[in-house]
Design a protein. Structure first.
Length: 112
């Protein structure tokens, strides 16, 4: 899958992160995006297309400022962990710019 929102950055190929897309700024800051985070991002795009560019801009800004980031679906259960990288969820990107999104694509909370 091509993450076209990040075509302006350098794609990172890493043997430890074969299943996670990575990107690097020309100045060396680097971030990775878990597939589940990207899926969440695409669901957000469908629900709030008017705020999508704003979120992408904030995501890049956050990654640049924090230097080394992995965008994850759940920071308590990341797909990978790399020493020195910060784990951030969707709300870590959207909340600072007052864009709110409740991902209701999870299973039911009701028992049997």
């Amino acid at each position: 899958m091509n993450y076209e929102e990040f075509n302006d950055l350098i794609a990172v190929e890493d043997e430890h992160t074969r299943f996670i897309r990575g990107f690097e700024f020309p100045t060396g800051e680097r971030f990775y995006i878990e597939p589940t985070f990207y899926t969440q991002l695409m669901i957000f795009k469908e629900i709030q297309p008017e705020n999508f560019d704003k979120v992408i801009k904030q995501l890049k800004k956050t990654a640049f400022e924090r230097k080394y980031v992995i965008f994850v679906n759940d920071f308590e259960n990341p797909f990978i962990e790399i020493p020195g990288y910060k784990l951030l969820e969707f709300t870590d990107v959207s909340d600072p710019i007052n864009v709110y999104f409740e991902d209701k694509s999870r299973g039911s909370d009701y028992g049997d």
